[in-house]
Design a protein around this ligand. Structure first.
Ligand SMILES: Cc1cn([C@H]2C[C@H](O)[C@@H](COP(=O)(O)OP(=O)(O)O[C@H]3O[C@@H](C)C(=O)[C@@H](O)[C@H]3O)O2)c(=O)[nH]c1=O
Length: 181
């Protein structure tokens, strides 16, 4: 299992060692001791799984209470996954990183507490699986607009089509208006 730096030091790509054989493959997807050593001590309390079709964009989400760190991966298809630093005292405040996560590359992304997170589905469909360090709290949820110009995320939009969003994400806040950590 390899931990790879991104342009935002607290956000890490995790690449598993994949053991292929005539039956298929085996890989470790999470090992607490390695995770704690590389990303800092955490306890994960909730696992989530969603499925989306091509062109769906979920995000950019975070919670102001029960703030969640998220360890995310794709088990079917491909997404472009993004983390935005919402920590006002951070040297990378307002910066974003985007990484393709797919069934094929088997990469994971560690998105720590204090980041907004979202993803865009580039394959026909994608199943997205993630572990969270705190529980869902709908009363503390924030959605930041996916195309906020201050953040300026370069989404790899399929056929230049606008993404499909939930009603909540259509009404997302601007980066400026969104609460910070
Ligand atoms: C996130 C979540 C949703 N739900 C319910 C609420 C709602 O009825 C339904 C769908 O919820 P949402 O529309 O918020 O799902 P979704 O847009 O997939 O929300 C997720 O987006 C990605 C980008 C994240 O980073 C996650 O933390 C989470 O915010 O599932 C839970 O019961 N528990 C949860 O932890």
């Amino acid at each position: 299992m390899k931990f790879i730096e991104t342009d935002i030091p607290d956000v890490k790509i995790i690449e598993p060692t994949v053991f292929g054989d005539e039956r298929g493959f085996f890989m470790e997807t999470f090992r607490l001791s390695l995770f704690n050593e590389q990303c800092g001590e955490r306890t994960f309390v909730q696992d989530n799984h969603s499925k989306s079709t091509q062109g769906i964009l979920r995000g950019l989400h975070y919670q102001t209470e029960n703030t969640q760190g998220k360890l995310v991966r794709v088990v079917s298809g491909e997404v472009f996954d993004v983390a935005v630093d919402m920590r006002k005292d951070s040297p990378t405040f307002g910066k974003w990183v985007g990484v393709y996560l797919s069934e094929k590359n088997k990469r994971q992304l560690w998105v720590p507490e204090g980041f907004a997170h979202g993803f865009y589905v580039t394959s026909e469909s994608a199943e997205f699986v993630y572990k969270c360090t705190d529980s869902y709290n709908p009363n503390a949820e924030v959605s930041v607009k996916w195309d906020d110009p201050t953040i300026g995320i370069k989404w790899p939009l399929v056929d230049c089509q606008l993404p499909n969003l939930s009603a909540k994400d259509e009404d997302g806040l601007s980066f400026e208006a969104a609460p910070k950590f």
